[in-house]
Every structure is written in C-alpha cells, then in structure tokens.
Write a protein that binds this ligand. Structure first.
Ligand code: AMP
Length: 354
C-alpha cells in the first residue's frame, strides 16, 4: 500500500486526470501530471506538472523521481513510453491493457476469444480490402480507424458502395475495420475496478445516450432490456479485466440488441459514463481507481439514491453556469477549460433523486 503523502504520476492532464487528482488528494496523495498541453484541466488541482510530449520518454523518465506509481487518463499514450516507465516505477493498468485497447481490431479479437459477441467486422488495410469487406459484411456499415478514434472521430459511414471511396479518404486511408451497422435499442457501459489483489467491484450499469457520436447523458436505472443483459455484460467485462491482468478502472461499452448484447469497445481507464459515481455511488470510479493504483482495498459501489442522471455540458451548454449553480441539488462540475468550442466537453451535471 502506498502511504498517504506519496505521489502518483498521471499521464494525461484532461478532465479525467483532474477528477483523478481530486480523488487522490482526498485520500492524502499528491499527483504529478505529465501532459503535452500548456495548462490542461488537471493542472489546477495537482501537485506538480511536467509538460512534455508523451513520445519524449527521456522527459517522462526524468520526471518520475519521487513518483511512487504511475497511471494514465488517456489510452493513446505510446506503449513504448509506458514500457520504459514501467521498468522503473509500477504502472497501473499495465501495458497489456493499453496494447489491446489502443487497437479496435485487437480489442474485438480479444473479446471474441473470450466468447463475447461484437458487431460483424472485417479488417481493412487498403481500398481493395475495403471492397472485399463490404462484400462480406454488407451495407450499411461503418469504417473505423483501428487507432486514435474517439467520440465518433476516425469513422465514416458507408450506406451504398459508391460511398466507399469517400469513406476511405475521410479516415485518411489508415488501417481500419469495417463494422456492420447493428440495430440496437440502447447503449450502455460496464464500469468495473480491479485491485492489485485481483478483487473486483463493478458499478450499477447506466444507459448512455449519444448525440453526434458524443456522450450526452448517462442514466440509472437503465431500461429493462439493459437490466436484463447487465449480468452477462458484467461477467464478460470481468473476464476481460482478469485476462488482461488489468489493475484500476476498466470500461466496456455495449449495444443492447433485441437478440442479446454486443460488445462495442473498451477503455482501460475511468470513463465519462462513470462521472455520475462521484455523487451517485458510495465510492466513485476515480477514488476506486486511485485505491487500486495505491494498492488499497476497493470501496463499495452501491447507489446513494435509486435515480441518477449525469448530463454532459458540451460546447456553449456550460455558458449556462449561473442557472446551474442556482439549481438546488444539481452537482455541477466545470473542467476549467477556458474557451467553449462546439463538441468540447466543458463540464457535467449530476442529479440524484428517489
Ligand atoms: P464508437 O466510437 O465505436 O463507440 O462509435 C461511436 C458511436 O457510433 C457509438 O456510440 C454508436 O452510437 C455508433 N456506432 C458505432 N458502431 C456502431 C455499429 N456497429 N452499429 C451501429 N452504431 C454504431
């Protein structure tokens, strides 16, 4: 167990790092944030900051003096840098989790190997392979880059064969997968945390509402179809965490289809669809992640009240801060990002009720 007063390194300085650093501070830990940006959101609330590109392994290594353990809040940190760090300081989750989660093809293969069902998919590394994949998977379908996709970025929809050229160009002609379009009733996520001793906790499963590929809201209780699938989704997600040897929070996103669940993707980190746990659960995803990294026992995840809604404040929605601050019982979180831009996550609000 890391004694309070120890410093935890966080790769990435966004809002997830900010909320991790606040949870760490509550437990008496200090956070040292590594990030390439000038003043990312986490720097308002952390003990030390090193500004360096993630690919600058020497700068990261030089800054680890005094850091007792390292974690990350962004899954696209280069695994070479993380491996170099892991040689000198414990890093949680490990490189294996990153390796799998950074590549859509690897994560789908991994989950299928464990018996999980995904959308039908095929690898695409050239325009000719895209034509083959369309023939195999059928249309409509979504072309997704294997790496660096988030919030619907790095994706292009293909409705008819004549869309294929534009889609291949739109994703930058990168290694990709073609995914058949799934008819789902809902999207939901399993958020779990695995400790260094292998013990796991998972949170009640929220339904997630996306607008334009970006999470807009997470709600509990989830609709009956999601509740009916939750136990199977949790079991699969736990198996993923165990087989990865994952330590910390792991998020797995699913589609609730009429004929059962389909795994969509995973994030080896705390997740936007778990922000409601700060006020809505006995222990938040952020606290349990820090607990796992520090080698502490994990806290219980029961709901505080039966109904929870977390709504993201995207773009100019955060400009409404005066009304939000005046609303009794609205737990407002603003991330300290100066300028609101369309599609930018500026904060969130959580509301609990009976
Ligand atoms: P992703 O980045 O893979 O989570 O995709 C972003 C959003 O696009 C998802 O949250 C879904 O709303 C939608 N989407 C992704 N893949 C599929 C699919 N195979 N079928 C239908 N909708 C999808």
């Amino acid at each position: 167990m890391l004694p309070p007063g120890s410093t935890i390194g966080i790769l990435g300085g966004g809002q997830l790092g900010r909320m991790l650093a606040m949870a760490a501070a509550q437990l008496g830990y200090r956070c040292h944030v590594f990030a390439p940006e000038d003043r990312p959101p986490a720097t308002d609330v952390c003990f030390a900051v090193t500004r360096a590109p993630f690919a600058d392994t020497d700068a990261l290594l030089a800054a680890t003096g005094g850091v007792a353990a390292v974690t990350f809040e962004w899954e696209n940190v280069p695994t070479t840098a993380v491996s170099a760090l892991a040689a000198v300081v414990p890093v949680y989750p490990g490189v294996h989790s990153l390796d799998v989660a950074q590549d859509r093809m690897a994560e789908k293969q991994f989950v299928e190997w464990l018996g999980g069902r995904t959308a039908p998919w095929a690898p695409v590394s050239s325009r000719a392979e895209l034509a083959d994949a369309i023939a195999r998977i059928g249309l409509p379908a979504i072309l997704k880059t294997r790496r660096f996709g988030y919030d619907g970025k790095g994706q292009a929809r293909i409705h008819q064969p004549s869309d294929a050229d534009a889609a291949w160009t739109a994703i930058g002609q990168q290694p990709a997968i073609l995914e058949g379009m799934v008819e789902f009733a809902h999207e939901y996520s399993v958020i779990l945390c695995r400790g260094q001793d292998g013990k796991m906790v998972d949170w009640p499963v929220p339904v997630n509402e996306h607008v334009g590929g970006i999470l807009a809201a997470s709600r509990l209780p989830a609709p009956p179809l999601v509740q009916a699938q939750a136990a199977e989704a949790v079991a699969l997600s736990r198996l993923v965490a165990e087989k990865l040897g994952h330590v910390g929070v792991l998020t797995c996103e699913y589609f609730a289809c009429a004929d059962g669940l389909r795994f969509n993707e995973m994030a080896p980190r705390v997740h936007n669809s778990g922000h409601w746990t700060i006020e809505g659960s006995l222990t938040s995803q952020f606290e349990n992640h820090i607990r796992a990294v520090a080698g502490l026992p994990l806290g219980p995840t029961d709901l505080v009240l039966p109904r929870v809604e977390m709504r993201n404040l995207i773009g100019d929605q955060a400009d409404d801060w005066q009304r939000l601050f005046a609303e009794a019982g609205a737990h407002v979180h603003l991330y300290g990002k100066g300028e609101s831009r369309p599609g930018r996550k500026m904060g969130h609000v959580t509301r609990l009720s009976r």
